[in-house]
Design a protein around this ligand. Structure first.
Ligand code: SF4
Length: 408
């Protein structure tokens, strides 16, 4: 890779999720896909449709929903139909645990409405039952022409596999740490299950793997191993990342390192929402992670200085926040009206120290007055000073200037 560029992507087999409008390719050189998951009761059709639509509008290219019982499975085809009626075509992924084989068999319309099934190899049963139940889900995916994510999880590891690896480790001349054995169990659980799915007949271009852990260092180690041992498309995510800044930092640290190494074909940032908090935040964080690393462009970039003792009024922070929110809200419309606008760079700066310089490097920038400066705000367009704004209406006028610039 060139200096200043992300490293070369790991080669993976591309998996097409969905068919027709809204379908998306994961892996195989496609841009890293952003996905998320609802936290509504899927049996509540109204609430689930609203949340899937909100996540998709925010930029989630795949949306996973919980399918945990008959009522949820029965709701899935209605949810899909309602979403299509309102113009939302994001592929739907069904999250199955324990009884997925039964729900898919009893609800063929659900099996058909979903675009991908998520199976957790750690909770499909034990011994022969495990094989039967796992096989039943894979056969269902084959019958309905769907993709499958085989998602191992640290918190629900295949206990038989883990016990056998622990026993072997205890007999080894130089035993590995318990953490290393658990990591190996995660990797083997995913790979053995994928091999079994292929044996049943599911082609490699319909299999996505994940092995989620809540510890950053374990996650990096697990995915590096998975990436080395096979070429399946990989779903990346730190499970139970946590609330607020902790969740954002942990997810960004873990996934940022792996993405930089070229590992990861789709990402989910799993944030624990504040009560009543906005679920779409996880989509925003995922997009910003990919964008700040230079992998994808979703929204125009707004550069803002951090502020300091020169910015004694709140006008500067408010304007930076207003412009960011305005751009994010308007973006879905702009994308349709003006393809290519996502390359726009906007700078909102707090004073003349770095303001004019930074603003000149942006497509459009404003340098607000700092303490002691004359109360005027020069605006730079395409590197040239275009005008100076004054007075109460600076924020509103600057928004109009941004809009006019995009129009042109
Ligand atoms: Fe402070 Fe001005 Fe630098 Fe912003 S541009 S951080 S206000 S010195």
């Amino acid at each position: 890779a060139e200096e200043g560029q992300p490293l070369v992507r790991r080669r993976s087999v591309g998996v097409l999720i969905g068919a027709g409008k809204g379908s998306v390719q994961v892996g195989g050189g496609a841009p890293v896909v952003v996905q998320s998951m609802t936290n509504t009761d899927t049996a509540d059709i109204e609430a689930t449709v609203a949340q899937v639509a909100a996540l998709a509008k925010a930029g989630s290219e795949l949306v996973r929903i919980t399918v945990d019982r008959d009522e949820a499975a029965a709701a899935v085809p209605h949810i899909r139909d309602r979403l299509r009626k309102i113009g939302c075509f994001a592929p739907l992924v069904g999250d199955f645990h324990y009884i997925g084989h039964k729900l898919l068999a009893d609800h063929p319309a659900c099996a058909d409405a979903l675009d991908k099934y998520r199976i957790n190899p750690g909770n499909v049963g034990f011994k022969d039952k495990k094989d039967r139940q796992f096989s039943a889900i894979v056969e269902m995916a084959l019958r309905h022409n769907k993709a499958v994510r085989i998602g191992a999880n640290w918190g629900s590891l295949d206990q038989e596999l883990l016990t056998s690896l622990m026993d072997a480790n205890a007999r080894a001349a130089a035993p590995a740490t318990a953490g290393a054995v658990m990591r190996e169990a995660m990797v083997q659980s995913a790979l053995l299950s994928a091999a079994r799915a292929e044996e049943i007949g599911l082609p490699r271009d319909r299999i996505v793997l994940s092995a989620k852990v809540s510890n950053v260092q374990h996650l990096i180690a697990v995915y590096r191993t998975l990436a080395r041992r096979a070429d399946y498309a990989l779903h990346l995510g730190l499970t139970e990342a946590g609330m607020g800044s902790k969740g954002v930092v942990a997810s960004s640290a873990a996934m940022g390192i792996l993405l930089q190494e070229g590992v990861g074909d789709t990402i989910r940032v799993s944030l624990t929402p504040e009560p009543g908090g906005d679920r779409t935040l996880e989509v925003q964080v995922a997009q910003e992670l990919l964008q700040t690393m230079g992998f994808r462009t979703f929204v125009p970039l707004v550069a803002a200085c951090p502020g300091c003792g020169r910015t004694t009024s709140t006008v500067f922070q408010e304007l930076a926040r207003d412009i960011q929110t305005y751009i994010r809200d308007e973006m879905p419309l702009w994308r349709i009206r003006y393809p290519g606008v996502e390359t726009l760079n906007v700078a909102v700066m707090g004073c003349i120290v770095n303001g004019p310089g930074e603003s000149k490097h942006a497509d459009i920038g404003i340098s607000l007055p700092g303490t002691g400066e004359t109360p005027s705000a020069p605006v730079f367009i395409d590197g040239e000073k275009a005008m100076t704004l004054r007075g109460e209406g600076i924020a509103a006028e600057f928004k109009t200037i941004v809009e006019d610039y995009i129009e042109r």
